[in-house]
Design a protein around this ligand. Structure first.
Ligand SMILES: Nc1ncnc2c1ncn2[C@@H]1O[C@H](COP(=O)(O)OP(=O)(O)OP(=O)(O)O)[C@@H](O)[C@H]1O
Length: 305
């Protein structure tokens, strides 16, 4: 049987933070998280700010060592990947897209450079073949080559920059993409089209996606399945539409009920954010120290209740 493209086995990460008086505090950002993602599928990781979503995403790419547990890529523990060649191969196969579309682009280089470089280095392309591949990738990312290829990142809109990031990920030859809030810094008017583009690329390219978002209500645009994070743990998991329609964990219910406007961030100053904070505090008060018993509430839909 083919192993999942990504598997986390009881993954935990504790950060130690030093305060200005020299004291130390531990933050358990990820606690015993286990999950599986099959090739060509997408899993949304949803939760409020600070619930551990980004830590999970970064752990999945191997950006830092875990405190305990394992991350397996195609069945292999990524902590055991040795040698420059093997490490580079893994780094190419697993790519991140960040919230800030500027962060992964080099301001000193044009879009053409960003796309040609990986195609030259990793795929050995040059000349006509290189030009054709760049044109193909630009078209896939729905960018107008005449108005983007010779531009620098600062000359593009936020939406165009995020499309360039997507195109770069395609040029590198990613197999698993960890997209960390890829639309939250974009104009509300273009978020939907960006999500649709990611969903389309996933289908056409057979990409596997870990889609990190605070926005539980729109996770189903991209992800067949949704996992809900609360306090560094996964508390509910199932088919995205099922989790939205029949949330079982108290935290998932709060997350859904407190989002009248699905595109709103829950850590802002709005009335919805304030209401959410009150409700979350209530749930947190109810939450037991230890995670509840995992229950299959409907086929394939599990909750720690
Ligand atoms: N490098 C780090 N050093 C210390 N603490 C960290 C680090 N990264 C994350 N944390 C802490 O771990 C917890 C989880 O953070 P994380 O960024 O994973 O949450 P998140 O759900 O992605 O939130 P956001 O949506 O705000 O990014 C937080 O308490 C955060 O302060």
């Amino acid at each position: 049987m083919t192993p999942p493209i990504l598997e986390l086995v009881a993954a935990s990460k504790t950060f130690r933070i030093r305060n200005i008086f020299g004291g130390e505090k531990s933050v358990a950002a990820l606690q015993q998280v286990s999950l599986k993602l099959d090739e060509g599928r997408a899993l949304a990781i949803v939760g409020e700010s600070g619930s551990g979503k980004s830590t999970l995403g970064r752990a999945a790419t191997g950006l830092f060592p875990l405190s305990s547990g394992q991350v397996l890529f195609r069945g292999r523990d990524i902590a055991t990947i040795r040698g420059r060649k093997a490490r580079l191969k893994h780094r190419r196969a697993v790519q991140m897209i960040f919230q800030d579309p500027f962060s992964a682009l080099n301001p000193a280089h044009t879009v053409r450079h960003h796309l040609e470089r990986p195609l030259r280095l990793h795929h050995g392309l040059s000349g006509v073949a290189l030009g054709e591949r760049v044109a193909g990738i630009v078209a896939e990312a729905e960018l107008d080559p005449n108005h983007t290829l010779d531009k620098y990142p600062h000359e593009l809109s936020g939406g165009q920059r995020q499309r360039v990031n997507l195109a770069r990920v395609l040029a590198v030859g990613a197999e698993l993409v960890v997209a960390d809030e890829p639309t939250s810094m974009l104009d509300v008017s273009i978020r939907r089209s960006m999500l649709e583009l990611i969903a389309r690329l996933k289908t056409q390219r057979g990409l596997s996606l870990l889609y990190i978002t605070h926005d539980i209500a729109t996770a189903h645009y991209i992800a067949e399945e949704t996992a809900v994070m609360f306090g560094g743990r996964i508390v509910e998991w199932g088919p995205s539409r099922e989790v939205i329609a029949r949330p079982a964990h108290p935290y998932t219910k709060v997350l859904l009920s407190a989002v009248p406007n699905a595109s709103e961030r829950l850590d802002g100053d709005s009335a919805a954010a304030a209401a959410f904070a009150v409700e979350v505090a209530r749930v947190r008060g109810m939450a037991k120290e230890e995670i509840g018993q995992w229950t299959e509430v409907s086929p394939g839909h599990y909750a720690a209740v």
